[in-house]
Design a protein around this ligand. Structure first.
Ligand code: MG
Ligand code: FE
Length: 174
């Protein structure tokens, strides 16, 4: 490490490349989020409020992906790299979406809350990276997305007792 970079750890250039990697990872994450939500939506007819909120978050997620596209474009990234990483990522997070089961709504709710928590961590970290890299212009977009992930996580957690009781009442009727 040279004296010039010692005070700032990785240095501005290093931080910029770490931001680029973080943005690509987030892009792959949002691609996965879209698939997870699209897979669940048609199976949520018994839970119309959950279905409506998930449909709203699908729109938010598509806008989040576009924000990441804009940030990556500003960094001048190769779009094909984004595509590759998205495919690679599928195997990991897809395991969180559960196969049809009697308590599918519960397992999916747990997995969805975990997914939102992962997103909260990723964007919280990205905000710090962007700040260190002197890329303050990304802050509003990252904060907008982070706020949406927090709102979705809070909604899932707050609604979980009601969803569980609905599940029990439907199970009792079967
Ligand atoms: Mg998201
Ligand atoms: Fe999300």
């Amino acid at each position: 490490m040279t004296e010039a970079t010692m005070g700032t750890g990785a240095g501005r250039e290093g931080a910029r490349s770490i931001v680029a990697t973080g943005l690509r990872n987030a892009h792959a994450l949002e691609k996965q989020a879209i698939q997870l939500i699209e897979r669940q939506l048609p199976r949520l007819d018994d839970y119309p409020e959950v279905q409506a909120r998930m449909r709203q978050h699908l729109q938010e997620t598509r806008a989040q992906e576009e924000r990441l596209d804009r940030m990556l474009d500003r960094l001048g990234n190769d779009r094909s790299v984004v595509k590759d990483m998205a495919l690679e990522f599928m195997g990991n997070m897809a395991a969180m979406a559960h196969m049809p089961a009697d308590d599918e709504i519960l397992k999916n709710s747990f997995a969805n809350l975990a997914f939102e928590s992962y997103e909260i961590a990723a964007y919280t970290s990205l905000l710090a990276m962007a700040e260190e890299a002197g890329m303050g212009e990304f802050r509003p977009m990252l904060e907008a997305t982070l706020q949406e992930e927090h709102a979705m996580a809070d909604w899932i957690e707050t609604g979980l007792p009601a969803v569980t009781k609905r599940f029990l009442s439907l199970a009792g009727r079967a």
